[in-house]
Design a protein around this ligand. Structure first.
Ligand SMILES: [Zn+2]
Ligand SMILES: [Zn+2]
Length: 269
């Protein structure tokens, strides 16, 4: 059994499933992906993401505003807490800091400050209501760790998703009780740094994800990604860890339910 711990189901391409998201989810279920965490990124899509989780029994949701979208509008702590109190919402996010996407005009002083504010708000909301936080971090190592330290919770920690940083950053996150989630990027040729992190990581802190529709793993690189391809990520990570995919699945599912402890385990009929 596998879980896709980070996907954007409202954005995946469902043309090949006759426009049916249910069919795309079923295709993942058929490949042993039993559950999915669907992540919101903008104020506009939060309700859509909650609706998807409420419609599909194997889907749970996370509510938040992505650091690259804060200029379009940020949520108040009150709003976050209200959304996060719904039954199938198991986390805050994705939130965090992204100093990488300069070209799209996201990295301006104003946006950087907004990113900090919004991230701190998600962290403190999570702490208040006892939910973990899904963190997006790119080229913002020191600030990410400092904000988690200042506003986050050790007990209800979170995950650094789609991890692309080095082992030093991973180890600092482990010290804050955080988990590390590995996406299809680990299969890319130039991703030796991430493979190194996977080799070093304690198995009880690893998660796997697709981040679909983005970042399809090899051999689907460049094509639209979807939750069923988390199997390719799992196989690759299992090989790096020298264990079977079944064993890796057991560990990463245990980790998922330990971190996202509001998620009820879904067992297909
Ligand atoms: Zn992200
Ligand atoms: Zn994402």
């Amino acid at each position: 059994m596998l879980i896709d711990s980070h996907c954007h189901l409202d954005r995946i391409n469902i043309d090949r499933y006759d426009g049916s998201l249910a069919n795309a989810i079923a295709a993942a279920n058929e490949r042993g992906i039993q559950q999915m965490l669907c992540i919101s990124v903008t104020l506009d899509n939060i309700q859509t993401v909650i609706d998807i989780a409420q419609t599909h029994p194997c889907v749970v949701a996370s509510v938040g505003v992505h650091p690259c979208d804060v200029k379009e509008g940020t949520a108040t702590e009150e709003q976050l807490i209200r959304w996060a109190s719904q039954e199938k919402v198991v986390a805050l996010g994705e939130t965090g800091l992204d100093y990488y996407h300069k070209t799209e005009g996201h990295y301006e002083t104003e946006s950087k400050e907004l990113q900090h504010e919004s991230f701190a708000l998600h962290l403190s909301a999570g702490k208040k209501i006892g939910l973990p936080v899904v963190v997006h971090t790119r080229e913002a190592k020191a600030d990410t760790l400092a904000l988690i330290k200042a506003h986050g919770s050790l007990e209800h920690s979170g995950v650094l998703h789609c991890f692309t940083e080095d082992w030093e950053m991973a180890r600092a996150a482990l010290d804050l009780n955080y988990y590390i989630s590995i996406s299809g990027i680990v299969t890319f040729k130039n991703a030796e740094q991430i493979r190194d992190v996977v080799r070093n990581m304690p198995i009880d802190r690893l998660l796997i994800e697709t981040d679909s529709p983005y970042l399809a793993p090899i051999p689907y690189r460049g094509k639209p990604n979807e939750p069923k391809y988390v199997r390719e990520v799992a196989q690759f990570v299992a090989d790096l860890k020298g264990m079977s995919i079944e064993k890796l699945g057991e560990h990463t599912c245990d980790n998922f339910y330990r971190l996202f402890n509001k998620a009820k385990q879904y067992l297909p009929a």
